[in-house]
Write a protein that binds this ligand. Structure first.
Ligand code: SAM
Length: 326
């Protein structure tokens, strides 16, 4: 289905919970958080209804995210239900990976295709500075469990935050030489009531790319610079894997955006960085039909904004990244 700007909208990201077992410095404070109560989260059955409607409205790729999606006790059931819907071409997940050693095999058997694992540093000593409550051993165990279960090709996501994990960029990029992984650097974005860290500790993709090239040599464009999802992808000479840069601030990809996000409490957000949502949960819980849900998706696609307005200083005010679903 095409939106008002001619973009094909076919990718739905589902936040399963706004809770997380980490407290990354740029994402969630350590204390004083309130979360969506469990009975307000969409159930596995409601998520299945939403995805069936999404497929009929033209979506085919689905990503599970959060918060931390693996904190849902029914995560394997959710994967099984969604993976078996006709018309879902790809079911994937974004996770910090800490629970994967326990559930990766079950997730793969239930139909999950692959995972993106978030790890802002793989330095034993300093990982906790950026990913408060983070653990080098748990991050590695998660990555290894994903590989063993065949949830591949693996992509690792990192947000470089000045003064917190600058040193991690080159070390993470170095992994791409020997591992067939895509190491992706996401630019830090401002969300509701943007914090000092979000506004003052941003590092552009070009700067990170410069650090990597200074240490590891030139990066060569993959696929003539064609976007892989939202990432511009490069490779070091002779490397097994690749390096991606996701640059919503310095080089926005709104013209190629194909996605929408459903929050854990059942609101569809047409753009990550622009407030404005459509309430699916009301329709789900007040007797709405399959056709009503399809119609909501069609309305959302028509209403999708052309792009974000960060360059004019307009930030999303309603929700944080963990509440929207990253
Ligand atoms: N818990 C999962 C994880 O850690 O990947 C999924 C949710 S998390 C919100 C998804 C991604 O959003 C992570 O890679 C995280 O680094 C990123 N993220 C969170 N806040 C961000 C921000 N303000 N700017 C850019 N990326 C952010």
């Amino acid at each position: 289905m095409k939106d008002s700007y001619g973009r094909e909208i076919n990718y739905l990201r589902l936040s399963l919970t706004d809770r997380c077992n980490l407290r990354c410095v740029y994402c969630m404070p350590m204390h004083g958080l309130t979360f969506v109560p469990n009975d307000e989260l969409l159930t596995a059955g409601e998520l299945e209804r939403v995805v069936r409607a999404a497929v009929d409205a033209g979506f085919h790729k689905v990503r599970l995210t959060g918060g931390e999606p693996t904190l849902r006790q029914d995560i394997v059931d959710i994967v099984r239900r969604l993976a078996h819907i006709d018309g879902v071409s790809q079911l994937v997940m974004t996770t910090n990976g800490y629970r994967l050693p326990y559930i990766a095999q079950d997730l793969a058997e239930a139909g999950l295709k692959r995972v993106n694992i978030h790890v802002d540093s793989l330095n034993k000593e300093s990982i906790g500075k950026i990913m408060r409550l983070g653990s080098y051993d748990k991050a590695w165990a998660g990555i290894e469990a994903a590989e063993r279960a065949g949830l591949t090709p693996i992509k690792l996501n990192a947000v470089i935050t000045r003064g917190y994990n600058d040193d991690a960029a080159v070390e993470l990029a170095r992994l791409s030489i020997q591992k067939p992984w895509q190491i992706r650097f996401i630019e830090l974005m401002p969300f509701a009531g943007p914090t000092e860290i979000q506004l003052e500790h941003y590092v552009s993709s070009d700067e990170v790319k410069g650090w990597i090239e200074d240490e590891l040599g030139p990066l060569f464009e993959v696929d003539d610079g064609k976007l892989d999802g939202e990432a511009r992808v490069y490779r070091l000479a002779g490397a097994e894997g690749s390096i991606g840069f996701i640059s919503p601030i310095s080089n926005p990809y709104c013209d190629d955006c194909n996605r929408m996000r459903l929050t854990a409490d059942g609101r569809l957000r047409m753009c990550l960085l622009v407030d404005g949502e459509i309430n699916f949960k009301n329709t789900l819980r007040n007797g709405g039909s399959h056709q009503d849900l399809v119609a909501l998706f069609e309305r959302a696609v028509r209403a999708k904004p052309v792009g974000h307005e960060l360059k004019h200083g307009i930030h999303p005010e309603a929700r944080t990244m963990s509440q929207i679903g990253g």
